[in-house]
Structure formats: structure tokens, C-alpha cells
Design a protein around this ligand. Structure first.
Ligand SMILES: N[C@@H](CCC(=O)N[C@@H](CS)C(=O)NCC(=O)O)C(=O)O
Length: 197
């Protein structure tokens, strides 16, 4: 497995996922801030938009952090970091792993840029509904599926830590405690150390 990454980007999620997964990987740092990019063909084959994170794993070449986390969990940790395809938890797992790119990120961006929300027209609803739904989803649970940490927590956990870092996280006992639980995982600490350089 080869991970294309850049410091202080969404690459941290995939470092975290790989650390939780326990598989061996190598890394290639991409200079996404270069004035003139000279991306390798291998990187562009995995990430046609030239965005990190991206991976190459044998014949598999792909980008998009949620898709990568799902791929790793299904391919290497099925039944552990991803419920089996015929498990009753699978639907919820897929819902929550997509919640970051489909709902959290667009709602956050709208709020950050002070763009007026239109809850019914936008697929992500609005910031307040996004937070409330996330908060409700964690009620009475350590992790989004209950007792077991999964790849969905990598995506959601990285988002909640980011929201808190940017002081966008409203008062929420559930989300605050969840962020702390994520931060206390060894895999998260390793990912931070590896991806901040
Ligand atoms: N939806 C993508 C977003 C990827 C993305 O926006 N990556 C940024 C860094 S966080 C990037 O590569 N920016 C450099 C560029 O667009 O050239 C994902 O979740 O992986």
C-alpha cells in the first residue's frame, strides 16, 4: 500500500485508518502548494484531480478519503473496522462513513463562508441540523455504531476534531466527549505525528 499525502490535510484520516488497520504502508509526500505541480503519473492515476489523500494498492488506485477508508476496512479489516456486508449494522455504517463528505463538510463550508443556508434545497440540510443529527447519533454510545470503533469513526472523528479546532463546535456533551475519545486513540496520535511534518 502506498499513501500519497501532504501535511495538515485530509491525509491525516488515511494515516489514522492505516494505523488502526495495522497494515504496512509506505508514504509519498506530494507538494500540493508548489507553484508548478509536477505530479507523478502514478499519483494522477490514483487521483485525477491531483488531490490528497490517494492510495495505490496493487492494481487498486484511488482517491477520496471516505472511499479509501471504506476500501481499507472492507479489504483488510472486514468484521472489525467495517461490519460485514450482510450485517444489520452495515446500512448505518455506510450512512455514517458518508456523512463527513456528504453532509458535514458542505455544511461547515457554508457556515464558515457565511453563505445563507437553505435547509430543504441543499442535500446537507444546514449546519444546525447537521450538528443535531450527529449529536443524536452518538447518544448513549462511545462510537457511532455503539461499542465498536469502525472506519466511520475515523471519518466522523477527524471531522469533529477539526470542528473543535476551528471553534465551530457548539456546546455538545456528546460531540465533545467523542472528540476526546478519538484524540485518546493511539492510532490517532500516530497519525497526527506522521502527518504534521
Ligand atoms: N473530498 C476529498 C477532498 C480532498 C482535498 O480537498 N484535498 C486537498 C487537501 S485537504 C488537496 O489535495 N488540495 C490540493 C489541490 O486541490 O490541489 C477527500 O475527502 O479526500
Amino acid at each position: 500500500m502506498k499513501l500519497f499525502w501532504a501535511p495538515q490535510t485530509r491525509s491525516t484520516r488515511v494515516f489514522w485508518m492505516l494505523e488502526e488497520s495495522g497494515i504496512r504502508y509506505e508514504t509519498v509526500c506530494v507538494d500540493i502548494h508548489a507553484e508548478k505541480r509536477s505530479d507523478s503519473q502514478e499519483f494522477l492515476a490514483a487521483s485525477p484531480m491531483g488531490k490528497v489523500p490517494a492510495i495505490v494498492d496493487g492494481d487498486v488506485k484511488m482517491a477520496e478519503s471516505a472511499a479509501i477508508c471504506l476500501y481499507i476496512a472492507d479489504r483488510y479489516n472486514a468484521g472489525q473496522l467495517a461490519p460485514a456486508v450482510d450485517s444489520a449494522d452495515r446500512g448505518k455504517f455506510l450512512y455514517w462513513i458518508m456523512y463527513t463528505p456528504a453532509v458535514i463538510e458542505p455544511a461547515m463550508s457554508e457556515k464558515f463562508h457565511d453563505i445563507p443556508a437553505n435547509k430543504h434545497r441543499s442535500g446537507w440540510g444546514d449546519f444546525e441540523t447537521m450538528i443535531q443529527t450527529f449529536d443524536d447519533g452518538l447518544e448513549g454510545k462511545d462510537w457511532i455504531l455503539g461499542d465498536n470503533f469502525s472506519a466511520a469513526d475515523v471519518m466522523l472523528g477527524s471531522s469533529v476534531v477539526f470542528l473543535r479546532m476551528f471553534k465551530m463546535l457548539p456546546d455538545s456533551r456528546n460531540l465533545d466527549a467523542y472528540a476526546d475519545r478519538c484524540l485518546s486513540r493511539t492510532g490517532y496520535a500516530k497519525a497526527m505525528a506522521l502527518s504534521s511534518a
